[in-house]
Design a protein around this ligand. Structure first.
Ligand code: AHR
Length: 362
């Protein structure tokens, strides 16, 4: 039924066996021992070519009935992304009837395009993409379409000329997340008797051109139009990373001495912003001068709220592995799937953090 990665799997297993305990542990931890990993540095390009050659010549060692999934992941820029990778690797295991070829794009779309071409060459059964940015997918998805390989988009959305180029999408309503952030802020200011105050806001944006950035930025902008006393002083990208979030916040603090609210388009950038605020001798959180609004609601965000640093985190759920599995199983059974599948998400303010944190799965 399926093209198999026999020799590659053996080579991967030998690499793991000779790589020492630490790396062995890492493979076991992710539950990904059936996965072939590629990343898109210079040297890994060579590895990918080797992988393809080996696959072209070898027959199955890992079970010819397994479903081969090529997954192009954005990178490892945030806690959210780590949880998402773990969810995918923990789902697409040999025990569940899959072979996973995992490719880390290191936040670069060109690496994703190379990975998708590689998956096509290897004649995988399904291509799953968590796209870095929305645009730029038409050509490579046409190639997958011509090869007859279904493409499932996960997490962020894509913007293509023909929606037939992908089977379906599952992910978050990022614009709604932006709306939720504004609703929370309006309610918070009201509770604190600050409805009529001039409120100055700065935003740490995610990777420009990603759905998570576009949706959250637009959602906030659209909804805050109803509050003429709120001013967006500046927006800048912190690329969804803690270090860049800290760097951008340091520059905001130098430029403006009257920041009331920071909107960080993910938790990791919020952690960086909090570090910058403290290093500047300023305070934040429910009892501080600067209100911190964030997105994702990873466990570390709950810890930050419990510590009194963050005010709220709007949830973005990364546990897509089982959702993509369900889609693939339906397609295998010949059933249709909904084209767009939104995940339900909540809003978690600091006062709920201690109670909610023990229940969080990521
Ligand atoms: O696309 C989801 C976003 O990507 C998450 O908010 C962020 O943490 C991640 O890097």
């Amino acid at each position: 039924m399926k093209k198999v990665l026999g020799l590659v799997v053996i080579l991967s297993m030998m690499t793991v066996m000779f790589a020492g305990c630490g790396e062995n542990d890492a493979v076991a931890d992710t539950g990904s021992n059936a996965a072939t990993e590629t990343s898109d540095t210079e040297s890994s390009d060579a590895a990918q070519e080797d992988t393809t050659e080996a696959n072209d010549t070898e027959s199955s060692d890992a079970g010819s009935d397994s479903i081969v999934v090529g997954f192009s992941q954005v990178g490892a820029e945030s806690d959210w992304r780590t949880a998402n990778t773990e969810s995918m690797k923990g789902t697409f295991t040999e025990a569940n009837g899959y072979e996973l070829i995992f490719s880390d794009a290191q936040q670069k779309q060109e690496n994703q395009i190379k990975a998708v071409r590689n998956f096509i060459q290897q004649e995988v059964d399904y291509i799953v993409i968590a796209p870095v940015t929305e645009t730029g997918w038409d050509t490579v998805l046409n190639e997958a379409y011509e090869a007859g390989i279904p493409v499932i988009i996960v997490d962020r959305m894509i913007d293509v000329s023909d929606d037939n180029l992908f089977e379906c999408w599952v992910g978050s309503n990022f614009k709604q997340e932006g709306y939720d952030a504004v609703s929370w802020l309006a309610g918070y200011l009201e509770e604190n008797g600050r409805t009529d105050e001039e409120i100055n806001i700065v935003t740490l944006q995610g990777t420009i051109g990603s759905s998570a950035q576009i949706g959250r930025t637009e959602g906030v902008e659209e909804k805050m139009a109803a509050y003429p006393n709120w001013t967006m002083l500046e927006r800048q990208s912190g690329e969804f990373t803690q270090s860049k979030g800290q760097e951008v916040m340091e520059s905001f603090l130098k430029s403006y001495d009257d920041i009331d609210v920071v909107i960080a388009e993910n938790d990791n950038m919020a952690f960086g912003a909090i570090d910058a605020i403290k290093a500047a001798g300023r305070t934040c959180g429910p009892d501080g001068e600067i209100t911190i609004i964030s997105f994702d609601a990873v466990q570390a965000a709950f810890a930050s709220m419990i510590d009194g640093d963050m005010n709220v985190s709007v949830e973005c759920n990364p546990l897509h592995g089982p959702r993509v599995d369900e889609i693939i199983q339906k397609l295998e059974a010949g059933s249709s799937v909904d084209k767009l599948q939104y995940v339900e998400e909540g809003v978690f303010p600091a006062e709920t953090a201690a109670e909610i944190m023990p229940t969080r799965a990521y």
